[in-house]
Design a protein around this ligand. Sequence first.
Ligand code: FAD
Length: 400
Amino acid sequence: MVKPSSTVVVVGGGPVGWACALACASASRSARVVLVERMPPPSPPQGMIDTRVYTVSHDNLEWLNKHGVALDMSRSAQVDAIRVFDQHGSLALRIDSRDARRTRLASVVEHDALTAAIATRAKALGVQFVQGSAKATGLVDHERYVALGDGSVLTASVVIVADGADSKLRTALGVATTAREYERVGVVAHFQLAKPHRCEARQWFAADRSILALLPLPDLHGKPAASMVWSTTAAHAEQLRHLNPSALCESVTNVAAGQVEITSALTPTAAFALRMVRVADPVAARAVVVGDAAHAVHPLAGQGVNLGFADARALEEALGAGELVGNDFGHALLLSKFRRNRYAAVLAMQAATDSLARIYNLDTSYLANTPQTLSAIGDLGMRILGKLPAFRRLVSSVAG
Ligand SMILES: Cc1cc2nc3c(=O)[nH]c(=O)nc-3n(C[C@H](O)[C@H](O)[C@H](O)COP(=O)(O)OP(=O)(O)OC[C@H]3O[C@@H](n4cnc5c(N)ncnc54)[C@H](O)[C@@H]3O)c2cc1C
């Protein structure tokens, strides 16, 4: 019988793809890891903080740190508490680092800085970078191949599919997928604040069923600053994007209901589509689907990139048992170990975020559309938030 190689190919060089490459290289010295990404390698950002930022959980930061990833923490801010407000501006939920028995719940880190730091460490461990676009995949003998746009072909014992929510390789694998647009847009921008944020991430479930989050940033120009993610309808997002900076600051301050005063806008707004992606099974023959390609979620619980890092950690654990199967990293036994580790955890997180997001996305136009109707829906969401232990765990799992 032909023995499969010990090569692992990762497709997609976002934060999750690079974390998976790092995990595979760390799992076994026998693994040869190649990462394919269509864009040039990431470089650390300079100047203004990138508008695309993530709350990376304490445990995931510890994992990155343990693997030698050197993040520039002067460009990130610590999250010590999460406060969630209902549509009347009343505090509905508060979780702090003491509850979670952590020194911090999470840190707010830039997309580019995070990706570049993980890539630098992965390359130092021998991960090879190939710039190219994966077009097709299939099985040949005891290996999986990936064909690139330039006609070249890579073969591996396992392919890790991390090419994002619009994953083409997931489709090429034939993995059964449910994808749904939330019909909401995430509007992001950075602002200066009148008062220090005290390392609190704050979120408002507004009466118009939009969800406003303000995440702490390091001081900018010597003043406290925050990063906004406002999940709202496409029409409202368009309005927000066309407001002049002072009108935008006023709109955010109004929703923040006296809790936060925005003094000026530090960046223009940017917007991204919000969607849910779920796969029936993240494991296929000699392939594993990870990150947004397997489970894009609504940003309301700040879990997107954390779920992907948990995939990388599960991959490290599964491939760490490679010697038992002759370092065949695509062996069904190793891939089932990954599936067992991730299936239920991902499903639970998606069910909780998706149900809350859907309650807030309900189209009430067919109802009387009275303030009472909207208010009832808002309160229903807050009851779920405040009282369901599953949701408390969900939000506090930003810590773990
Ligand atoms: C515009 C935008 C803004 C966002 N802003 C925020 C935010 O502010 N806060 C937040 O929490 N979340 C945000 N998100 C969601 C967040 O980016 C994702 O949860 C996170 O990036 C998931 O990481 P990933 O590595 O799985 O996928 P991605 O970051 O999407 O990375 C996928 C990578 O695969 C590459 N790729 C795709 N196809 C191929 C191919 N065929 N061959 C080779 N390479 C390929 C892409 O170039 C990309 O680098 C945003 C998403 C988008 C699209």
